[in-house]
Design a protein around this ligand. Structure first.
Ligand code: FAD
Length: 449
């Protein structure tokens, strides 16, 4: 597999991002691509390592050594077949997956230069769409009907597998188009929405039915009587709030208020002037240090903010593995610098927010307190200790990016299954896809009995 000695001669090469001065003015995807020769050389670094930790690290069980070998040999069609055998939508993960496989790659352990699986995956899939290797299947129907609620990655993955198994699948979503957070959360500079539309055409052509702007009442699930089985893939719609004094001030928003609106604006949807949440000309404070916060930073830059600061209540993560003698990767606890951070941002850790401050009903800043985390002598959660005096961070726009609450579900009848973030809490696209596929297999088992 691959070229067993290539990793000794060829270093990891990432395609990198478009230059900041170029990308900061538009919402086009920031990531660039390597040329074919360079891409094949990168694929050749995936050696037959004997113990492929990548398979185990990937929730989908993707097998990079197999498709990297095909890519290295120039068989792009085979590479896509092998990739698509475990991953229904590699064009999504190829763009936005944190690539758990790369963290587990043996070359990461040896020399911190893992194979470029995520980028290889994106290149293989683009070639597949370009060259016509993405085939439309026309499955033989088995007479049974399944409803899927939620057209995010989990729901689409479940619908795709069930449809291919012969079920007649109808997907319901409260939004006006498919994708869930892929479309109404993740900014276009990470994932162009035409990529979702392209996959949707395949799913439509294969016979899946979609009903949009259908807000299904999950407490009284009448669909369970109408269909042989129901899959709930409704994500985690409730964002964690910060209920401190001043929360009602104009200028305090949830991250998704700005992210989903910006994506809709780019999709041609018009909003009234007073409905628009914009960072233009403002000092922006993002509260929360994860992916959502980072996407707010990139969006604020592109909207023309004056400045952007990101605060996080937790301590700054280590830059590399905490213990140099420990060869295992420290991910996800290491410091992550995204393309949005590169574009400019003041990042601070160990900061607790005390109060939103405003004038005439409008936000002007946030009173914050630097803290330290001390071990708890009684065990359990570390203790928060104040450090110095509170200070005010100036801000006309605050974006709350502190995660999402795990939904609670009523006791459903036996033919109802829950998957994706709705079942596991807010996570990753790759986990949502894996969960959707696993749930499709469970539905199939249930309906075959
Ligand atoms: P969702 O994507 O949330 O989809 C749920 C769908 O259900 C939605 O379309 C919703 O409209 C619909 N729905 C909900 N309730 C109902 C109802 N009652 N009736 C009808 N329809 C309903 N993950 C990564 O791997 N990489 C990233 O870079 C990344 N960036 C992210 C950035 C942001 C800003 C956010 C918020 C998340 C990010 N994630 C990322 C996480 C990832 O997007 C989610 O884990 C994934 O989308 C979950 O998929 P899902 O299908 O379970 O739910």
């Amino acid at each position: 597999m691959g070229n067993p000695k290539a990793f000794l001669e060829i270093h990891r090469q990432e395609a990198g991002y478009r230059p900041i001065h170029d990308r900061i003015h538009d919402f086009g995807e920031v990531e660039q691509t390597l040329n074919t020769k360079e891409r094949k050389a990168q694929a050749s670094r995936c050696m037959d390592c004997g113990v492929p930790f990548c398979h185990w690290a990937c929730p989908l069980g993707n097998k990079p050594p197999e498709w990297n070998d095909a890519l290295y040999r120039g068989d792009w069609e085979l590479a896509y077949r092998l990739l698509n055998a475990t991953n229904p939508f590699p064009e999504f993960t190829g763009r936005i997956c944190p690539a758990l496989c790369e963290k587990a790659c043996i070359l990461n352990l040896i020399e911190h230069e893992p194979t470029t699986n995520r980028e290889d995956e994106a290149s293989i899939t683009e070639a597949a769409f370009r060259e016509g290797y993405v085939i439309t299947h026309h499955p033989k129907r088995n007479g049974k009907r399944v409803a899927v609620i939620g057209a995010g990655p989990a729901g689409l993955a479940a619908a795709n597998d069930l449809n291919l198994k012969g079920y007649e699948v109808t997907v319901y979503d409260r939004h006006e188009a498919a994708g869930g957070l892929l479309r109404y959360g993740i900014p276009n500079f990470k994932l162009n929405k035409a990529i979702i539309d392209r996959r949707m055409k395949v799913l439509y052509d294969e016979g899946i039915k979609f009903v949009f702007e259908a807000d299904i009442d999950l407490q009284h699930l009448s669909l369970a009587n109408e269909f042989d089985a129901v899959v709930i893939a409704t994500g985690t719609p409730t964002a964690r709030d910060l209920k401190i004094p001043g929360r009602e001030l104009k200028g305090v928003h949830f991250a998704l208020d700005i992210l989903s609106q910006q994506n809709r604006i780019l999709d041609g949807i018009e909003f009234k002037k007073d409905e628009i949440v914009t960072a233009k000309g403002k000092d922006v404070l993002v509260i929360g240090g994860g992916d959502t916060g980072s996407d707010c930073i990139g969006t604020a830059h592109r909207q023309g903010c004056k400045s952007v600061t990101q605060i996080e209540i937790m301590p700054k993560p280590p830059v590399g593995p905490e213990d140099p003698k420990n060869p295992w990767p420290a991910y996800p606890r290491t410091l992550k610098t995204t393309s949005s951070h590169e574009e400019g941002c003041t990042r601070r850790w160990n900061i607790n927010s005390l109060e939103f401050i405003g004038k005439d009903g409008k936000l002007t800043g946030v009173r914050v307190q630097e803290i330290d985390w001390k071990p708890n002598p009684e065990g359990g959660r570390p203790l928060m200790v104040e450090k110095g005096k509170p200070e005010i961070i100036k801000a006309e726009l605050v974006l709350l990016a502190m995660g999402f609450l795990k939904p609670e579900h009523p006791q459903y009848p036996k033919n109802v299954f829950v998957c994706g973030d709705a079942a596991n809490g807010a996570s990753l696209v790759v986990r949502a896809l894996a969960s959707g596929k696993q749930t499709a297999a469970k539905v199939d088992d249930f309906l075959k009995k």
